[in-house]
Ligand binder design. Structure first.
Ligand SMILES: [Zn+2]
Length: 245
């Protein structure tokens, strides 16, 4: 684009030169324009979500093992169902370098389920997002040792009536969880569409801290000052209100 050409305004505001929509707030106008398109049969309202790619595997110890082995002859071979779950070994070395799982030979060296030859176990683990996307289903059937959860139990207890969490999860965890749910529905493992009926977001602790040493210095006190002296000073400076009885 040529430098002297002005770019169109894309923020919020009032519409101009827009016929019957002129003067409307842009948010209201969006609604009215869609309504009109719907009435004319030229378009319809649709909410679209964009689920970004996310990293499933990582070279670290904690995480869900990826149940595959690598065989020189057969290539990538899934671990048979009766051998699941693959458990993380406890004997690993944390050296600060590389993947700790690679330090456990017993874990790494596996047998190919297809040909019985030597194979190497996958040492990447799945990102913790993978677990947080469906853990609530496990609560419906926590003692099941054959599968992640029983379909009937999940369908009985789910969806979650009130989900409490931080607003920081609104665009990632919640979207992943919903995606998993829809995926499980497509597989026929659950019969409902959405995992959570209602979301309540609790407050968050924001970073706001005070250096005690600097505070004391600023008040003309030293580090041996008592709490009583500190409170006195804070009141004197007007930072604390006198208690009212
Ligand atoms: Zn093999």
């Amino acid at each position: 684009m040529e430098e002297n050409k002005k770019l169109p305004y894309t923020g919020r505001g009032k519409l101009v030169n827009s016929g019957e929509f002129s003067g409307l707030d842009s948010e209201e106008a969006k609604r009215k324009i869609v309504e009109k398109l719907e009435k004319l049969g030229l378009g319809r309202r649709k909410v679209t979500y964009r689920l970004r790619d996310w990293n499933v595997s990582r070279q670290r110890y904690w995480g869900t093992p990826i149940p595959v082995v690598y065989c020189e002859r057969c290539g990538v071979v899934p671990v048979p169902e009766e051998e699941l779950p693959v458990r993380l070994p406890l004997e690993v070395e944390f050296t600060g370098r590389g993947n700790p799982l690679e330090t456990n030979e017993e874990f790494v060296n596996a047998t190919c389920p297809k040909c019985g030859g030597p194979a190497r176990r996958e040492t990447d683990t799945m990102d913790t997002f993978f677990d947080s996307s469906w853990y609530f289903l496990r609560f419906t059937d926590p003692k099941n040792d054959r599968k992640p959860f029983d379909e009937e139990k999940a369908n009985y207890w789910m969806p979650v009536d009130v989900y409490v969490g931080g607003i920081e999860h609104a665009v990632l965890h919640l979207l992943y969880a919903r995606f998993f749910e829809k995926f499980l529905k497509d597989l026929g493992l659950v019969d409902y569409d959405e995992p959570f009926e209602r979301l309540i977001t609790q407050g968050m602790v924001l970073k706001k801290w005070v250096s005690i040493r600097r505070l004391l210095e600023g008040l003309g006190l030293d580090e041996n000052a008592t709490v009583g002296q500190l409170l006195e000073k804070l009141k004197e400076k007007g930072y604390l209100k006198e208690e009212t009885k």
